[in-house]
Design a protein around this ligand. Structure first.
Ligand SMILES: [Zn+2]
Ligand SMILES: [Zn+2]
Length: 233
């Protein structure tokens, strides 16, 4: 915003100086002298202001914070000191001391939807069916949560490949999500969608695969993932 203002002022100032210069050159009998002076002064003030604002731009820092849920980069002006909603997935990003807490994944015992919790989570309600997913504070009094083992998403050592096997009606949203996820252009993504099933990503962790699957299923993308060893067999 500031740099925009600086540019507008800079161009305005230079234009005023130029017009003033042209008028001065063809001032004729001197009747335009007053106007020339005003243009020169206004132009000079604008240029000085433009330089001032341009210097201000450098003072505004930017702070990048990757969303622990969807891994989209959130650009802030400063380190956050409280939880804030992610620009992409809208989930509240848990902040402790200016840093985002890492989140763990858990499947809802009622509807099997993938949910997330952090050490800050006190009550976890399923994002899909609104049932409470039990997380109990550990006996040690520490912040560690314990949840029924069956629902915890375990991150194993294997690497996975993610396949898109089908799509629903939200084609536009799906294309945009894939563009973002894979850093491809629109035509590349469209070409991929024309040849389903297609391998979207390889060599990713289970946690990442679960997350991307949950993200794409928001847009009716039908996703499967397999350990890479098995996929090759
Ligand atoms: Zn997010
Ligand atoms: Zn649920």
């Amino acid at each position: 915003m500031i740099s925009e203002r600086s540019l507008t002022l800079g161009f305005g100032g230079i234009a005023a100086l130029a017009i003033g210069g042209v008028l001065y050159r063809y001032r004729g009998n001197g009747s335009l002298n007053g106007l020339c002076t005003i243009l020169f002064i206004a132009g000079a003030v604008c240029v000085v202001a433009a330089i001032y604002f341009a210097l201000q731009v450098r003072k505004v820092t930017s702070f990048d914070l990757s969303c622990p849920f969807c891994e989209v980069n959130n650009i802030l002006v400063d380190a956050p000191n409280e939880d804030f909603p992610c620009v992409s997935c809208n989930r509240m990003i848990p902040i402790v001391e200016g840093k985002a807490l890492s989140v763990s994944q858990v499947r809802c015992g009622y509807c099997n939807e993938l949910n997330y919790y952090s050490d800050k989570t006190e009550v976890l309600l399923c994002e899909k069916c609104n049932h409470e997913i039990p997380i109990a504070v550990g006996d040690t009094g520490g912040p560690k949560k314990t949840i029924p083992a069956a629902f915890v998403v375990v991150d194993d050592e294997a690497l996975y490949e993610l396949q898109l096997v089908g799509q629903g009606h939200k084609t536009e949203e799906l294309i945009q999500a894939l563009q973002h996820m894979l850093a491809l252009n629109r035509n590349q993504v469209k070409a991929m969608l024309a040849e389903l099933p297609v391998t979207v990503l390889t060599g990713i962790t289970r946690k990442k695969a679960e997350m991307l699957k949950a993200q794409l299923s928001l847009y009716d993308g039908e996703v499967e993932f397999h350990p890479m060893e098995e996929a090759r067999r």
